[in-house]
Design a protein around this ligand. Structure first.
Ligand SMILES: C[S@@+](CC[C@H](N)C(=O)[O-])C[C@H]1O[C@@H](n2cnc3c(N)ncnc32)[C@H](O)[C@@H]1O
Length: 291
């Protein structure tokens, strides 16, 4: 069994209670849906499908793929109970490196750094290739990837409510009593959560691809013969260089003239959003970062 499957199966209750409250990513998806107006969306590593409500504002078909049967069954139950009427929502329990859906989508997303769960270049390339195979002619693949999350170095147990993650939730009171800790084992980042000083670990994930450098990711997109553009933004972690920033990449078939990047930047500027630094917006104004 793949490690991430057992990790997420074990902690789907905690994920539902706490992690699903993290909303720092949502404005990007709201903007994308508003700008691109996709009629169909595919999310790879969709968890319980918490972004689906956003996709539904435009899309009539939403498919999520996830390796964890527990996450998928919670997602299915949630959407069955909420009786969605204006869209078809489908969860598929499979591996993003090897799926075949026989459908094409207008928007395909790798949200919340899901690529960090894949541990080899072969797997990462396979997942990107699968996304390309399922992309409609006019569609976009969006890759949202933060090489480092929470902390750049190992930490002791930190009270979640007094840490940077409190800014990522609309209501930080759900973090009351929770603590997180980051450790390093060789090239692997281990993130753990627990309740107060309890011995019991409620959530543990081992990320093998925090070191999936953005340069490498871009190289992989080139290998697949896709056009791509990128935006970088600060990710609230002190003192990191480019490798610590949130990367947002747009990939499409070569030769496409339109890109949503300009409009996204305009929206971010209008809202004066904290998670997007002035620095990056300044760079975007000064020169194109087209690769
Ligand atoms: C951090 S969660 C993100 C869930 C969702 N994107 C969200 O924003 O709520 C990562 C998800 O990726 C899934 N995952 C990890 N490796 C996968 C793989 N090879 N194929 C499909 N899903 C995978 C995990 O089961 C987990 O649900």
């Amino acid at each position: 069994m793949k490690l991430s499957k057992s990790e997420y199966n074990k902690s789907s209750y905690f994920y539902d209670e706490i992690m699903n409250e993290f909303k720092m990513y949502f404005s990007l998806y709201e903007d994308l849906v508003e700008i691109l107006k996709p009629k169909s969306v595919l999310e790879l590593g969709c968890g319980m499908g918490r972004l689906f409500w956003i996709f539904m504002k435009e899309a009539k078909e939403i498919t999520g793929i996830d390796l964890s049967d527990e996450m998928i069954s919670q997602g299915r139950k949630y959407y069955a109970e909420h009786k969605v009427e204006n869209a078809i929502v489908e969860f598929v329990n499979t591996d993003m490196c090897s799926f075949q859906l026989n459908k094409k989508y207008d928007l395909i997303v790798f949200a919340l750094s899901v690529l960090k769960h894949l541990s080899t270049d072969k797997e990462r390339l396979a997942a990107l290739k699968k996304a390309k195979e399922h992309l409609s002619e006019e569609g976009f693949i969006v890759i949202d990837q933060a090489p480092l999350l929470y902390a750049s170095r190992p930490t002791d147990w930190i009270d979640a409510k007094n840490s940077l993650v409190a800014d990522w939730l609309p209501d930080p009171s759900v973090l009351d009593g929770y603590q997180w800790k980051k450790s390093l084992k060789g090239n692997i980042d281990i993130l753990q959560w627990r309740y107060e000083n309890s011995e019991e670990i409620q959530f543990e994930v081992q990320f093998t691809t925090y070191r999936y450098d953005i340069d490498r990711l871009i190289e992989h997109l080139s290998q697949l013969d896709m056009s791509h553009e990128q935006m970088l933004t600060e990710w609230g972690v002190n003192g990191l260089g480019n490798k610590g920033k949130r990367f947002i990449g747009f990939a499409c078939y070569p030769g496409k003239k339109y890109s949503p990047k300009r409009e996204l930047i305009e929206n971010v500027k209008k809202r004066n959003e904290r998670l997007w630094s002035d620095f990056d917006l300044y760079i975007e104004d000064k020169k194109s970062m087209k690769m």
